[in-house]
Write a protein that binds this ligand. Structure first.
Ligand code: NAI
Ligand SMILES: O=C(O)/C=C/C=C(\O)C(=O)O
Length: 491
């Protein structure tokens, strides 16, 4: 049975500083995607539980010390949360690998440190904020305060559970709001621990609450319709975002959405392929392709297509697919049976659309104990028609499509031929072209000769159906605050 952890956990709700059972004691199962073994029984929050969590968060906001304490004191506690995450990084990485199926070493080296950094970054950033002053000659003086909004619903997906939750929690807390968090139902383990981490860091009860459950007619929907929730920060599918917006509309909740993507990764003939190929492999297959920023459409200039295909295929064949807990594994399974069925349905679609299979397309050979896991080989197609479904729809799995192009204009047209606009990538040694492409691809982030390099001060979010609003740096602070202007007569 390999080295996969098999202890079954009981995951409770964290409400008002305590771990509690669901009011009906009903639970749902979470499975290890590498083996299908049950790894957790999770308490599903009822409407009553969500109500308790939201009311606790409201009380902590209105009556508790959190928003009134000095910024230095508040941010000190948030930094302490970050330290605890680092102190517990092996445990958290192991749980993330168990829950999501991602390689342990990727969680350990990349995602858990980033989860901690999300908190410490916003604590530091908040402490450095100055104010705004608008003098009106000697007669009046305006100054502007940024005050917390209230109770935030933070709803996150399963692909990067702790990392994407702290990306919201950091600015939410630093600005003095309180939070009700709901991780994805498939991956509750690490986010559940944020309750005890917050408590140990000295965050007052009620400031951080974690409820568990599903979306529609479950915890997610109960949160987004709850009268005590003032704002919703959501990362997930575009269709879910639409539903949440409708549900939040009656009580005019403020929303920030990070939604799906279908990024173009454009490889020009003057690109340095020694760099472009390994990074494009990462962009296609990191986290089994379950990354909203994935470079899932690789646009390759026709003059270098043959060379690119040969080298890209060879690099994909060298990825070790296997046990997420094994340090030599590059790629694990996809997250669930339902998702596996969705991802593999695109193999038939690709076939029906006359795509050329270059590599993969089947289950890899694996040891017996992984036979039930939701594994798919890294899969590469060539498709000439940019309107084909595999070029248009977010597969969110280890399936990448190579699309040839001849000219820069054509590359741009294909890159923008999508309803999404989260990010784009361009590989070229021509500086002018790099700028031209960057200016003309309609997406929130463009990486030139690199991918997924993040500076948390920079705006992050999507054009078109990839989102609403921006997070990162002052963009996050603005989302989580109300600006108040105070005008004082000086005479
Ligand atoms: N733009 C970005 O930054 C990111 C986007 N994503 C997108 O997320 C998707 C994969 O994540 P999933 O977990 O499948 O997304 P999802 O939209 O199904 O679920 C995300 C979260 O929303 C909750 N939810 C679902 N229905 C809800 C409802 N009606 N009301 C309130 N909450 C609800 C889920 O329980 C989960 O916690 C992909 O499409 C991916 O592109 C994922 C990560 C980052
Ligand atoms: O770096 C960030 O802040 C967010 C990254 C998000 C993804 O990669 C994702 O959700 O897939």
């Amino acid at each position: 049975m390999g080295n996969i952890q098999t202890e079954v956990k009981e995951v409770k709700l964290f409400i008002d500083g305590e771990y509690v059972e669901s009011s009906t004691n009903s639970t749902f199962e979470v499975k290890n995607p590498a083996t299908q073994e049950v790894i957790a029984h999770v308490h599903e929050a009822t409407n009553e539980d969500v109500d308790r969590a939201c009311r606790a968060a409201r009380r902590a906001f209105e009556e508790g010390p959190w928003r009134k304490m000095t910024v230095a004191e508040r941010c000190g506690k948030i930094r302490r949360m970050a330290e605890i995450i680092i102190e517990r990084k092996e445990e958290l990485a192991r749980l993330e690998a168990l829950d999501v199926g991602k390689p342990y070493h990727v969680a350990l080296e990349r995602e858990i440190p980033r989860a901690a950094h999300n908190l410490s970054f916003f604590a530091d950033f908040m402490e450095k904020q100055g104010g705004e002053v608008y003098p009106m000659e000697d007669e009046y003086l305006n100054y502007t305060r940024y005050e917390p909004v209230g109770v935030a619903a933070l709803i996150t997906p399963w692909n990067l559970p702790l990392m994407l939750t702290t990306w919201k929690l950091g600015p939410c807390l630093a600005t003095g709001n309180t939070a009700v968090i709901k991780p994805a139902e498939m991956t509750p383990l690490t986010v559940s621990l944020l309750g005890e981490i917050a408590k140990e860091a000295g965050i007052p009860d009620g400031v951080v609450n974690v409820v568990q459950g599903f979306g529609a007619d479950s915890a997610g929907e109960f949160m987004t319709t709850h009268p005590d929730v003032d704002l919703i920060s959501f990362t997930g599918e575009t269709t879910t975002g639409k539903g949440i917006m409708k549900n939040g509309a009656d009580s005019l909740k403020r929303v920030s959405f990070e939604l799906g993507g279908k990024a173009a990764n454009i490889i020009f003939e003057d690109a340095n392929l020694d760099k472009a190929i390994p990074v494009s492999i990462q962009a296609a297959f990191m986290n089994s392709g379950q990354v909203c920023l994935a470079g899932s459409r690789i646009l390759v200039q026709r003059s270098i297509m043959d060379e690119f295909v040969d080298r890209f295929k060879k690099a994909a064949s060298e990825l070790k697919v296997g046990d997420p807990q094994d340090v030599s594994t590059n790629m694990g399974p996809v997250v669930s049976e339902e998702h596996y069925n969705k991802v593999t349905s695109y193999l038939d679609i690709a076939n029906d659309e006359n795509s050329t299979l270059v590599y993969g397309g089947k289950r890899p050979d694996l040891p017996d104990y992984l036979q039930d896991g939701y594994y798919l080989e890294p899969t590469i197609y060539i498709q000439e028609d940019p309107n084909a479904r595999i070029c248009q729809e977010e597969i969110f799995g280890p399936v990448v499509t190579l699309i040839p192009f001849d000219t820069e204009e054509e590359a741009l047209e294909i890159a923008n031929n999508t309803e999404y606009g989260l990010n784009g990538v361009v590989w070229t040694d021509n500086l002018q072209r790099a700028h031209r492409i960057s200016h003309n691809v309609r997406a929130g982030t463009i990486w030139v000769n690199c991918w997924f390099v993040r500076d948390l001060r920079a705006p992050f979010g999507g054009f078109k159906k990839s989102g609403i609003g921006r997070e990162g740096g002052h963009h996050s602070l603005e989302f989580f605050t109300e600006a108040k202007n105070i005008c004082i007569a000086l005479k």
